[in-house]
Each structure stands twice: as C-alpha cells, then as structure tokens.
Design a protein around this ligand. Structure first.
Ligand SMILES: Cc1ncc(COP(=O)(O)O)c(C=O)c1O
Length: 416
C-alpha cells in the first residue's frame, strides 16, 4: 500500500490533545524536561555523554539523599527498576518478606516469585500501612534475606513510614528494598538515614518527567550481593574479568552488575543508553534540586491538603487512613448514585482533565486525584475542584456550589 492510500489519521503526525493530568501518574511533564529531551543524540562513549552520565549520578545522589556510589538509571519504566533490583538481589530459593497493602505490593510479590524466591507475604488491609512491630515479628519467624516494600502505594494512596523499618532490618541483618516510584519528591525519602539498601523510582510522578527511566540507588551491602554474582558477556570478556562466585543473575537486560559496569569506571557496553531519557532524567533532578527538596515536599503537602479540603467541602469522603496518606495523591469514595466512570469521562471530554480510579477491589469505588510534580500547583488544584463540582452537580450529587474552591483557597491563604 502506498503512503497516500493509508487512512488519513495514519498520514498525519500524532498531536496529543491538551490535557491536565491530575490522576495518579503520569502527570503533565515539566516543559523544561521536554526541552531537555529534544536535544540531538551523542555517541555512547563520547566524553560529553559519559560526563552527562556521571553528572546524572551525582544529581540523583542528592535526590535520594544518599552518598551511595551506585546511583544510576535503568532504561525502563519504574517496573523495570523494581525487576532489576529484585532479580539482582534475589537468587532462586532466597527468602523475601513483603508487606502488601495495595496493588504495588502485589506486584513485588509477583516479581519476586518470578525470580524463584521463597516469598512470604504480610497481608495488610488496603487503606492502611504496615506496623513495624508486626514486620519485626515476621522477620524473626521467616529470617528473610530481603524485605521488599512500597513507600507510596499509589493504588491506595498510603505512604509507609520507613525509618523504624530501616532500623529493624539493620538490627536483624536483612536487606531492605523500597519502591518509591510514586512518593519520591513529594514525600520525605532519606535513603542513608533510613538504612534503605536498594531503592528504585520512576520519573512520571513528583519528578515531573515522562515514564521510561528508572533511577536506582544501592548501598554497599546491596552492591556487594550483586558483585558476588558478577558476570561479563562472552563477547566483552577479557582475561581480567573474573566471574563472581554467586549464581548468575537470571536476566541479561536487568543484570544490575552489568549495568554497574556500564555506568562505572569500566564502561563495559551493556545496552545502548536511552540518551533522550538520560537528558530528561537529568533535568528532572535539576528541577527538584533547584527548588529545594524541602520546598518541593511542602508544595506537595499544601496542594494535597487544599485538594482534600476542597473535596470534603463537596460532601465527598476521603479514602484510607488519612494520617498515612501520601502528600501527592488523594483517594475519594465515589458517592452513592454517581457513576465513577461517567464523571471521569466528563472531566476528560468536557474539561480536558484526567483523574483516575483504582485497581482490583477499589476499581470503580474510589477516584484518585494526584497533585504531583509540575501539577502540584494552586491553579491546577482549583481548576480540578471547580470542574469536578460541575460534573457532580450535573450527576445530582448534593453539594454547596463554590464551597470546594473556597476551602482550597483558604488552605492556600492560611499558609500565605
Ligand atoms: C508505586 C508504583 N510502583 C510502580 C509503578 C510502575 O511504574 P511503571 O508503570 O512506570 O512501570 C507505579 C506506577 O504507577 C507505581 O505507582
């Protein structure tokens, strides 16, 4: 078929419609990140490329609040960062303990099972977080090599406190992996102070970027476990390369040891670095650090609080334990008599605003509204509340018009 015979929509460049992404992620990308990603490519071993990689490592050490040498990017979405950490830390038969309080805890279980690990779960009711004392009891019983958990489980909006868990894991000599994809930037994450052994994240939430790059950080204990499983591909190997005594990591793409050799002094080729994502990730970190970590967290707290107050002023009930809610996403029970998907559809098609529902047992029962990264802004919060109010009024939900934005404005005004 000639190009001219293709349907008209295939012959034109795809131009996405304007949207305000107020769901649980992805969120509207910061234009600075898009600009950084539009620069021309450079070769993988060009000194300016390797310098950019080193600078990105340095920037992410700041973002993760760590001195970990091994802080670098995995070229994949956040899920690939999780998979890389788990498959590199867990050999078949290793014991892993996973508290599950939402969809992403279940994801950790699934990935760990696929690593061939012996998986022990702690089931926590959705809408709550894991009590450190309960985790310690299970550590004593199971004696795992690794505890794996999610900091901010976007599916339930809960944020797991980590300081005590880090201390407990250290006392028991257990490695601690954390998926902080949805929480980093909007909530405190102190990798060294909390003794987190390995953390992976994504860009598409409070870091204001697109999905497609997964920053990770590994402390010395985690790096040592991975180094014991060192492997160099046959085509790259020289007499100097000695394989580790441990079992070879069960994935080539996600072999963190090989990726460390690529990002480290050896510069041994692994994949072809996703250069545009590297440029984007570097800019995400710069944007966060330029504003200041604490200021960014406070901006998320304020946006989350203003949104939550506005929603309550619309006679809506918030989902889950509010003491442990992430700053950057609010869950809302869909009120009786209202069809959740119809409201989401009206928000999208009438106002260009995306909000989310949730997964599994919460699908169609709650909405999730995110105020993250570039969108943790007063105008985005007010616009979302005003439009949602109209949608709810038309659906027959009883509310007092104007109360939502007034409550949100008050939250902003109260802080100045
Ligand atoms: C907490 C958490 N972990 C992991 C993921 C998976 O990220 P990705 O879709 O980038 O693979 C998400 C995505 O929403 C998430 O919220």
């Amino acid at each position: 078929m000639s190009f001219d015979d293709l349907p008209a929509n295939l012959r034109t460049t795809f131009v996405p419609p304007p949207r305000l992404l107020m769901g649980p992620g992805p969120i509207t990308c910061d234009p600075r990140v898009l600009r950084a990603m539009s620069y021309q490519l450079i070769g993988q071993f060009d000194p300016s490329m390797t310098a950019c990689m080193n600078e990105t490592m340095a920037l992410y050490r700041e973002v993760f609040c760590t001195r970990n040498e091994w802080t670098f990017l995995i070229d994949s979405t956040a899920r690939g960062g999780i998979e890389a950490c788990l498959i590199s830390l867990l050999a078949p038969g290793d014991k892993v303990l996973i508290p599950v309080f939402g969809r992403f805890g279940h994801l950790l279980v699934e990935i760990a099972e696929r690593c061939g690990a012996e998986v022990h779960k702690i089931d926590i009711s959705w809408g709550e977080v894991c009590d450190p004392a309960l985790l310690e009891q299970h550590i004593i019983k199971v004696q795992p090599k690794l505890v794996a958990l999610v900091q901010g489980d976007t599916s339930t909006t809960m944020c797991q406190p980590l300081a005590d868990i880090g201390r407990i894991c250290r006392q028991h000599g257990v490695l601690l992996y954390c998926d902080a994809t949805a929480s980093i930037g909007g909530n405190e994450l102190l990798v060294d102070e909390w003794n987190l052994s390995a953390v992976s994240v994504g860009l598409q939430k409070c870091l204001s970027g697109p999905s497609g790059s997964a920053p990770v950080t590994l402390n010395d204990d985690a790096a040592a476990v991975i180094r014991r499983r060192k492997h160099v591909e046959a085509g790259l190997r020289t007499a100097d390369h000695i394989a580790g005594a441990g079992q070879r990591i069960g994935s080539n793409y996600f072999d963190l040891g090989m990726i460390m050799d690529y990002w480290g002094k050896e510069r041994l080729n692994h994949h072809t670095e996703a250069t545009s994502m590297l440029f984007g990730a570097r800019e995400c970190a710069r944007i966060l650090l330029e504003e200041g970590q604490q200021k960014v967290i406070e901006r998320h707290m304020l946006a989350g609080k203003a949104l939550a107050l506005g929603l309550q002023a619309m006679n809506l009930a918030l989902y889950g334990d509010q003491q442990h809610r992430m700053h950057n996403v609010v869950g809302i029970w869909i009120p009786d008599g209202v069809t959740g998907d119809a409201i989401r559809s009206s928000m999208l098609h009438d106002y260009g605003i995306e909000i989310g529902t949730s997964f599994g047992p919460l699908h169609g029962r709650i909405w999730r509204i995110g105020t993250m990264g570039y969108n943790a802004r007063k105008d985005a919060v007010l616009m979302t509340l005003a439009c949602l109010e109209q949608c709810l009024l038309r659906a027959g939900h009883k509310l007092s018009p104007g109360a939502a934005t007034a409550a949100a404005l008050e939250a902003y005004g109260a802080v100045g």
